[in-house]
Design a protein around this ligand. Sequence first.
Ligand code: ZN
Length: 113
Amino acid sequence: MHEMSLAEGVRGIVEDAARAHGGRRISAVVLEIGELAAVEVEALTFCLEVVLRGSVAEGARIDIEATPGTGWCMQCAATVPVAALYDACPQCGSYQVQPTGGTEMRVKAVELE
Ligand SMILES: [Zn+2]
């Protein structure tokens, strides 16, 4: 389950942020998750609860913002919306679509107490 390693990555980032601000506690973490990032939000939230226990971000609110998937269609020579990885282009039906957006998860912001 790769959500667990993602959650551990998030913990590292928020701990660094807390340290950079004099060891203050984290009250909220804002995550941006791309629709093409193949992240199970429910599983990730569960893993974060487990992983953040005992850390500076224990009990922190987790806000999740979904970013839409986009891809570059070679046939249309245009950026098109993509609902899932390896989907066909919604405009021309071609499968030559290169994912360009919404493929990543990142920590967008943390709120300090
Ligand atoms: Zn197309």
